[in-house]
Design a protein around this ligand. Sequence first.
Ligand SMILES: Cc1cc2nc3c(=O)[nH]c(=O)nc-3n(C[C@H](O)[C@H](O)[C@H](O)COP(=O)(O)OP(=O)(O)OC[C@H]3O[C@@H](n4cnc5c(N)ncnc54)[C@H](O)[C@@H]3O)c2cc1C
Length: 405
Amino acid sequence: MKKYDTIVIGAGPSGIMAAITATKNNKKCLLIERNSYVGAKILASGGGRCNLSNTLPTEAFVSMFSREGKFMLSSLKTFGSKELTEFLASVGVKCHAPDGFRIFPTTHDSKTVVNALTQELQRLNTDILMSHRVTEINNRNGSWEIDNAYFCNKLIIATGGLGFMHLGTEGDGYKFATATGHKITKLFPAMLPIETKETWVKNCRADTIGKAVVQINLPKHCNKKAVGDLIFTSTGIRGPVVLDFAREITPLIDEYGEVPLLINLVGGLNEEQIRAKIKSLPQNKISLPLPEMLNTLVPEPLCVELCKLVGIDFSCTISKVEKIKRDKLIKLLAKTPLTAISCGGFKEAMVTRGGVSLKDINCQTLESKISKNLYFCGEVLDLDGPCGGYNLQWAFTSGFIAGSN
Ligand SMILES: Cc1cc2nc3c(=O)[nH]c(=O)nc-3n(C[C@H](O)[C@H](O)[C@H](O)COP(=O)(O)OP(=O)(O)OC[C@H]3O[C@@H](n4cnc5c(N)ncnc54)[C@H](O)[C@@H]3O)c2cc1C
C-alpha cells in the first residue's frame, strides 16, 4: 500500500490548489483524478475564457452566496482575489479585469491557467494519478485508506458537484461524505437555462433583452429578483440574468411544480415611464405599425407576440388601438408573465446548489467536525455563487485553506 501525508480526490481548481499548497508545505501528496487530464471545468469555464474571480470586497463577495456565504469569510480573508492573482502571477499567469469587475487571465484562454497549474504540480513533484475514479474511502484509526491501495494521514475531498457530469462530476463526494456521517443538503441544478410554459417565446428566439428584470411572482418569494441580459430560446429563457437567477427558481419548481415569473422587458421602466417614452417618440415613428414604432423599446418579434397576447392587430398604428388594449400592452411591457416549468437538470447545470452541510465543517480549516483528518473544499460544499468568477474563486480559496491545514 502506497503511503502519503495527504491525498486529494479530484483535480478541479480546488483539488489542484489543495495539492499544490500541501506539497509546498512539505507534505508528500497524491492528487487523484478520474479524467485523463486535470482541470476539466477550468477549461470549460467562462466559455473557455475562464472568469477566475472578481474585484468585489470580501463582505460584498460573500453576500452573493446567500446566508451561508459568511462561512467563507475567514478563508477569503486569508486567500482572496488578491492572493489568487498573486499566486497565478507566480506561476506565470497574468490576470486583469478589463471591465473593472471580472478577473480573467490576460490571454482570455483557460488553457493558460490549466497549463500553468499542471507545470506547477510537476515542478513540485506532486504525485498525480489520472484516470482513476476513487470508489471507497475508509477510516483506519484516524488515517485514511483509499480503494484499498493508498493510505494517507489527511484526506481532502475536492470532487465538485453534480453539474456537467460528462466532465467527471457525478456526485461521488456526496457518497464519501454520507459514508463518513455528513449530511447533504438538498441538491438542485443551478446556473442553467429555464424552460417556460409559454410557447410564444420560440418566436422571439435569439432576441436579447438588455437589463431585463426577472422577478418571482409567488407571495412568499416576490422579493426575489435579478437584473441582466435575457435571451429567449426555442423552449424558454437563458442569458446571464437567467443563469444567475436559476438557483432561486429550480428549488421552487421542485416545491410548486411551476413558478410564475414577471419579466420587465424594457430595462426596468415602469408603466408611467413607458408611456412617457412613447409620447416622446417623433411623429414619423408614431405613424408606423406598432412593432416598428416600439423597436427602440423592444425587438419587433417580441412586440408582435405581446400584441397577440393582448389581442391587438400588430399591423396597426397606435392611434388605431383601443385605449384599454393600449394600457394592457404597456402593462405587459412592464410585467410580462412567464411560467418556469422545468430546466435541463444537472446535465446542463454549470453549478450545483446544495452540498455537504456546512454545519459539520470547521470554517477556519475546512476539516470535518465529524471525522478527524477529513477535509472538504470547492463546490462539493453547500455553497454556490452566481456568474462572475465567484465559484472559481471559492474553489481556489477553499483548496488553499484545505491544503494549508
Ligand atoms: C461550463 C462551465 C462554465 C463555468 N464558468 C465559470 C466561470 O467562468 N467562473 C466561475 O467562477 N465558475 C465557473 N463555473 C463553475 C466552476 O467551474 C466550478 O464551480 C468549479 O470548477 C468547482 O471546482 P471544484 O474543484 O470544486 O470541482 P470541479 O471543478 O468540478 O472538479 C472536481 C474534479 O473531481 C473529479 N472527480 C469527481 N469524482 C471523482 C472520483 N471519485 N475520483 C477521482 N476524481 C473525481 C472530477 O473529474 C473533477 O475533475 C463554470 C462551470 C461550468 C460547468
